[in-house]
Design a protein around this ligand. Sequence first.
Ligand code: IVH
Length: 713
Amino acid sequence: MAKSASASPLRAKPVGELSDGDARVEHAVLDEEIAEHDRRYHQEDRPAISDADYDKLRRRYEEIEARFPALVDEESRSRRVGASPSEKFAKVRHRVPMLSLSNAFTDDEVLEFLARVRRFLDRDAASMPAFTAEPKIDGLSCAIRYERGELTRAATRGDGEEGEDVTANVRTIRAIPERLEGKNVPEVLEVRGEVYLRHDDFARINARQAEQGRPVFANPRNAAAGSLRQLDPAVTARRPLRFFAYAWGEVSALPAASQMGVVEAFARFGLPTNPLIRLCRTSEEMLAHYRLIEAQRSSLGYDIDGVVYKVDDLALQRRLGFVSRSPRWALAHKFPAEKATTPVEAIEIQVGRTGALTPVAKLRPVTVGGVVVSNATLHNEEEIQRKDIRIGDTVTVQRAGDVIPQVLGFIEAMRPQTASPYDFPKLCPACGSHAVREINPRTGREDAVRRCTGGLICPAQAVERLRHFVSRNAFDIEGLGAERIELFYKEGLVARPQDIFTLEERDKRSTRRLMEREGFGETSARNLFNAIAARREIALNRFMYALGIRHVGEATAKELARHFGSVKALEETAVAAQDRTCEAWSELTSIEGIGEVVAEALVDFFEEAHNREIVKELLEQVSVVSPEAAAENSALSGKTVVFTGSLEKITREEAKAMAERLGAKVSGSVSKKTDLVVAGASAGSKLAKARELGIETIDEEAWLNLARGVKSE
Ligand code: IVH
């Protein structure tokens, strides 16, 4: 756990009195501490300190960065996205408290519950009230308020009395309508239900986390909670959260008199409801439905942890009321946990596309909750060390999300005497290059992930790197998408970036011409060669970005281009900076926006002979020009462009970057000074105004052609 605020003696000093060295140390410590609190708060929902203490940490961190700007680097900047204290979630008081359910684990406990309900209502066995039975979704509950059919507020459950305002995030969830449809929508309707993630989506999110060396989520529920409680709604928007509506809070007029009727009304209003809800008239029907849902559990594609029974008649629900914090009219009938034990027969290392080495436990096949499991991810080297998993150990596995089973831990009594700690490979199994755990220079701590340093010579990484190389913000070679890159790589036509530029020459001499291959005709081969030729002149920042150096994003590439003015100058400095005490290292780290992490990555990249060779051979093929020169040659240079309406192929941000790259200015409003209006779908008043002023207007497609056709780009 992170140290408490009082653990650092420096913490007592006002920021104004910190020396450079003090500031560097404290910045690194704070960085780590804040990251740990963020992780606990967002991913584990288990904060260790109060919001006020957290805010104090952040404020101090920001004060230090304001006084010592050299400490700001890519990581601390990215951490700040949408995470400043002022943007923390506002609290929302639930007008109707959000309660929990009492649990039952056996059929007998369910029968006891039914007997209690009957006793309370003074009914005999023959006049049992009807119950709904539906899956208990393992996500997090959320209250969504609609006023006159419009979504006005969304809140998490919190402590049941007070939750957090997550309106902006909930608006990004596609399954949740912004506007209710259909007849008789109540004036005020607070819909309650569960936000959850499907297994396949969860697996994708975790694969991305692991690949990027970030902590993985333990299960879909945590991932859903972490995603919903993101301070930046743009992050939530990228996580495919879903929703089932099953209850309500404040309502001006209920649309039905029964539980089932209200849920059916929800569906008519356009809200997602669970298809497995049934009306049961006897205890046998209830238990049979429980078994049916249990049997389908592993194939539903999302986590459920039981079945919820609710008295159907709302008048009876009102009579039954509540005991402490749970309704007397409802019960959660839980499923047994899906766990099993099995031996680890081997540990296999997979190499991800960015070089991350991911260990996978090969298990003796075992059935966990109805599904045969034979592989389980061990995430990364640190995770194996932390759990001390060894080959030969018998481990407990749990299906968290059914797709990737988790290894919870090993059983000590069953450890064979011969089992020795797992020796994680130090060489990449795909290419034999050294695989290293980078040291974060600010914290002095090792990365959790070991990565292959082979870069482009590693087949596992090459395709992904090549894709990056030709991507829109790098070389932007039209007609050379992911599929073709993969094909060319497999066929041995393109293994390194420089090969792209010799493709045409080699093709001329080849006996198996591109145009004769499946999927290519004469025109498409010609177009591809032309598109490649058009990129023989490239702006320096794009060139640097295209190399795919770790931590060098577009913004950093721009800074590097501005500072060094040529690839050679950057390379020379990075090579000289291998000696950390020399001037070159201080030059690198003193560049605006470049911290030690980036500097380290640059040194590492140019340290490798094969990377220097790629750069050298590329420079023989392409001519690198300054970003300004690239923009000046453009037909759009000096023009003012306005984007309006919704763009479908590219984001607004991307469109803006494209225009700026071509030397154009992007404005938000149309005036006489506007030269060009790009109108996406359902463009409104701005388009009308442009027409009125006689300004040239084009659609998205024409914009893309225009932007791509400009030769100097
Ligand atoms: S009804 C007053 N129905 O379970 C009762 N809850 O342990 C309101 N849950 O906080 C809840 N699926 O997050 C209900 N079909 C379902 C549910 C469900 C999941 C969750 C909900 C609640 C918790 C109670």
